[in-house]
Design a binder for this molecule. Structure first.
Ligand code: SF4
Length: 240
């Protein structure tokens, strides 16, 4: 049986589109492409619908949407779910076409599809990466509900991004029931030992109707004052 390439390209991989954002691509006007699916089930994840859904839009539909925004927006944010969860040749071609339209591309990823990230970075298709650092290795499975062996792929992704000198940030979502100060220190020390020179963002858990771990916002926040780091640490969504 022959395979119809056009048909494959019309597989629905995208859950939704956000036509405009000033918040999701540093210093750029952008839109967001939300990809369905993810191999993880992070306890704090509130995008449960996106993670568990099939897509609603195929790549052709997304490209027509983007075509109308050529010259009006600077960037496109690929997020999800995990954008690289269903990575294949079609997705590569899709991203190439987005780049050819003149958009800057930001990728939000958990970093465990190392091979896909490598191919995209080495093809100069990605301009900025926001890389999730979920947990130290000893808590990786507990927090992500994914195999701890994937932690090593995440680390390979960190090394790749450091070595290629691409513009990227490392970030961690913090909930005091999942991580403590010692865990964060362990994580900071690890990326420091890899000679990470960028900023490390600790972002507060955002309460929502759904998350996989049925977590609530805790009001007994810990203090990060005791953290020792050469890396610049920034805090997002904390009250002070
Ligand atoms: S937070 Fe975790 S489960 Fe949710 S999309 Fe990101 S990697 Fe997947």
């Amino acid at each position: 049986m022959s395979i119809d390439k056009e048909h494959i390209f019309k597989r629905k991989r995208v859950y939704n589109l956000t036509p405009f954002t000033l918040l999701d691509y540093p210093s750029k006007t952008a839109c967001i492409v939300w990809f369905s699916g993810c191999g993880m089930r992070c306890e704090y994840c509130y995008n449960t619908d996106i993670v568990e859904s099939n897509g609603n839009y195929d790549y052709c539909e997304v490209l027509s949407f983007l075509y109308k925004r050529k010259g009006l927006l600077q960037g496109v944010v690929l997020c999800g779910g995990e954008p690289l969860f269903n990575y294949d040749k079609d997705m590569f071609e899709f991203i190439k076409k987005v780049k050819e339209m003149g958009f800057l591309i930001k990728l939000d990823t958990n970093g465990i599809n190392y091979e896909a990230l490598k191919e995209l970075v080495e093809s100069n298709l990605i301009d900025y990466v926001a890389l999730d650092f979920k947990a130290p290795k000893y808590k990786f499975q507990y927090i992500t509900n994914n195999n701890v062996k994937k932690f090593d792929l995440f680390l390979d992704s960190v090394k790749l991004l450091i070595n290629t000198q691409i513009n990227f940030e490392i970030r961690t979502t913090f909930h005091p029931n999942l991580l403590n100060l010692e865990d964060i220190q362990e994580m900071v020390d690890l990326i420091d030992s890899l000679d990470y020179q960028g900023k490390y963002y600790i972002q507060n858990f955002m309460e929502s109707q759904n998350n996989f771990g049925h977590l609530k916002k805790e009001f007994h926040q810990i203090s990060f004052d005791g953290l020792k780091s050469k890396i610049e640490i920034k805090y997002r969504n904390f009250d002070n």
